[in-house]
Every structure is written in structure tokens, then in C-alpha cells.
Design a binder for this molecule. Structure first.
Ligand code: GH3
Ligand code: MG
Ligand code: MG
Ligand code: MG
Length: 330
């Protein structure tokens, strides 16, 4: 029969237990502060200490802010309870887990502490194993929280981005257009929209294969993005069509903006695995009238009509459908 070895008392916890978390210890009593600091360091935490509430509040303003806070209740300047309230008021993300350390153990005090925003409390003099176990609870919650944030961000990304090109998807670009229409209607500047369609893309697929066609679409997206301003929005509208929303762009600038994009695609062949593939695109552009602002549907319809004209006029060109329905092709 074998006997399990008794683990030594001071064994550090497995690394995943505390994930090297940043912890703030705010404690005005030098002895308790030293004990906490030495235990937590031994358990693998990255520890910052504060000797009073004001110092603690200052540490909490640093980036990255600690995720786990161990706050003494009674401290000079700002007490632990007030710190809890302030932290919860700011509602930082990611969530900060607060353990209140207190000599008070009356039921009402505990309720007050938890209601101020503490997640847990421990009473002095505290037991080492109990503190370690309670910190494990905090870590579990913070790990869950991290997972939730990552999952939420992933879902938000998937819902708004095009998988193939990584640019905004149809839904996102239409949402953006909707918001920009509303902004423009409140008198905040003009709004231009470009609808871009790759010319004879079917031929590219037929000649080089669908996978190369995908690579061409990625590069077309890159070239468009590289030729707009940071606050313009480029989205994949469908298949080989892209929608570009240019806030603040007026009739005088729209042809130039659209032509810069057209040229960026046409001026050099797209190179996929040592094969030069000449690619061109046609662009239909429109500028929304300011008063009264055109509806989103009217804007899309105008851009689509202008695109149709650009195709009819020979492709690899820009057509602008102005507000009075004048078509200018270049
Ligand atoms: P035009 O100049 O008139 O626009 O001609 P076109 O060949 O570009 O237009 P058409 O609408 O006939 O063909 C578009 C092609 O784009 C057909 C479709 O199979 C292809 N396509 C749509 N989405 C994708 C995609 O994600 N990847 C690839 N490789 N091809 C796609
Ligand atoms: Mg104190
Ligand atoms: Mg098309
Ligand atoms: Mg096409």
C-alpha cells in the first residue's frame, strides 16, 4: 500500500490559480500589510501596496489597474468602504474583485461592506488558509469574467465583420450609413457613398479558380481601405461589391476620392502566387443632399444607378449621380 506524500505547507499554488494577477493591498497597519504582501507574493501574485486610502485610489488610476483589490476598512484619508463605492461608481472593465479586510464582524457592518460594492470580506486577524481559499473564489470569478468578455467580443466581431476580407460586413456598413444619414440630417455636414463592383470578376474565378478569386477580393479590400480616411467606413456589400461611406465628403471631393480608389485597384496587377492578375473596378458614387437629407434607400439607389452607368460606359470608371440626377462619368 502506498501512502500519498503530504504536500509541504508552503508549496506555491499552480500558476493557473492566480494567473499572476495584479493585486492591490491597501492596509495602513504595517504589520498586517507586511503579512499580506509576503503571503500574496508567495502565492504568485503581482503585488502593489498602499499605506492609506488616498495612495490606493492613486494606484487604481494606473493602467493596467489591478484586478483584485484587498482593502482595509479603517484607513486614514479614504477608508476601504469609500474606496469600494468609488470603484463601483467608475464601473471599470474588466471587473475588479474587492475583498474588504475588517476588524468589524457585526452582521450590519458586513452587510454595509457588501452593499458598498465589496465581493467578499475577511475579518482580522485572518487565517492564511481561509484567505488563500477566498482569493481562489475571486480568481474563479475573474477568470469567468475574462472568458465572458472574450466571448462577447468574438460574437460582436463576427456579427459585424466579413469573414473573407476582415472588413465590415453588409449589416455593419448599413448601420453606419443609417447613423451617418441621421447625423447629416441634423446639419452635421455632407455624406458621400460609393458602390464599387469588381469588373468581370466571374472571368477571374473562371480563369484562376475560386480560391484565387477569394485572394483577389481580399487584396481589393486592402487597397480600398488603404485609400480612404481613418473615419470612412468600408464594407463588403455582397459577393464582389463593396460599399464605402465617406462622412463629410461633398460634391467637390467625391470624384477625386472615388477615382483614387479606382486607380489603386487598376494601377498595378494583383499578384497571387507569382501570377499577375489585372483587376479593375467600377464605382457608382453619390452625395446625399443636405436639406432635406435623402433617405438611406434613396442614397443606395442613386449609388446603384451610378454604378450601372459606370458599367455601361465601359467599366474601370467612376460615375457620380448628383442630387439633381446628373450623371458625370470619368
Ligand atoms: P461585371 O463586370 O458586370 O460586374 O461582371 P462580373 O463577372 O463581375 O459580375 P457577375 O455578377 O456576373 O459575377 C460575379 C461573380 O462573383 C459571380 C460569383 O460567383 C462571384 N463571387 C461572389 N462572391 C464570391 C466570393 O466570395 N469568392 C469568389 N471567389 N467569388 C465570388
Ligand atoms: Mg486600518
Ligand atoms: Mg456584382
Ligand atoms: Mg462585378
Amino acid at each position: 500500500m502506498s501512502i500519498d506524500p503530504i504536500p509541504p505547507l508552503d508549496d506555491p499554488p499552480p500558476a493557473e490559480e492566480c494567473l499572476c494577477r495584479q493585486v492591490l493591498i491597501a492596509e495602513d497597519d504595517p504589520m498586517f500589510r507586511r503579512i499580506l504582501q509576503s503571503w500574496l507574493k508567495g502565492w504568485g501574485y503581482k503585488v502593489t501596496v498602499a499605506e492609506d486610502g488616498a495612495q490606493a485610489w492613486e494606484s487604481l488610476q494606473q493602467e493596467p489597474s489591478p484586478e483584485l483589490l484587498i482593502l482595509d476598512w479603517v484607513m486614514p484619508e479614504v477608508n476601504g468602504l469609500e474606496l469600494c463605492r468609488r470603484v463601483r461608481e467608475v464601473q471599470r472593465s474588466p471587473y475588479q474583485y474587492i475583498m474588504l479586510v475588517t476588524g468589524k464582524d457585526a452582521k450590519q457592518d458586513i452587510v454595509t461592506g457588501l452593499e458598498a460594492g465589496a465581493d467578499d470580506y475577511i475579518t482580522k486577524p485572518f487565517d492564511r488558509d481561509e484567505l488563500q481559499a477566498r482569493l481562489r473564489v475571486g480568481n474563479r470569478i475573474l477568470t469567468l469574467q475574462r472568458g465572458l468578455i472574450a466571448a462577447r467580443e468574438e460574437v460582436a466581431y463576427q456579427a459585424t465583420h466579413d469573414l473573407l476580407t476582415g472588413i465590415w460586413n453588409r449589416r455593419a456598413v448599413l448601420d453606419f450609413l443609417h447613423r451617418e444619414c441621421e447625423r447629416a440630417s441634423r446639419g452635421h455636414g455632407s455624406l458621400a457613398v460609393l458602390m464599387l463592383d469588381v469588373d468581370h470578376f466571374k472571368r477571374i474565378n473562371d480563369t484562376y479558380g475560386h480560391l484565387t478569386g477569394d485572394d483577389v477580393l481580399r487584396e481589393v479590400a486592402n487597397r480600398i481601405v488603404a485609400n480612404v480616411r481613418s473615419f470612412d467606413l468600408v464594407g463588403r456589400y455582397g459577393g464582389e461589391e463593396f460599399l464605402i461611406v465617406l462622412p463629410g465628403c461633398d460634391e467637390a471631393q467625391v470624384s477625386q476620392s472615388a477615382d483614387r480608389i479606382r486607380m489603386a485597384i487598376a494601377s498595378a496587377p494583383i499578384v497571387i502566387e507569382n501570377t499577375n492578375i489585372p483587376v479593375t473596378a467600377s464605382i457608382g458614387a453619390t452625395v446625399a443632399p443636405l436639406v432635406p437629407i435623402a433617405t438611406q434607400t434613396e442614397i443606395l439607389l442613386a449609388a446603384d444607378q451610378a454604378l450601372y452607368q459606370a458599367k455601361r460606359n465601359g467599366r474601370n470608371r467612376v460615375s457620380v449621380l448628383l442630387t439633381q440626377n446628373t450623371i458625370v462619368t470619368r
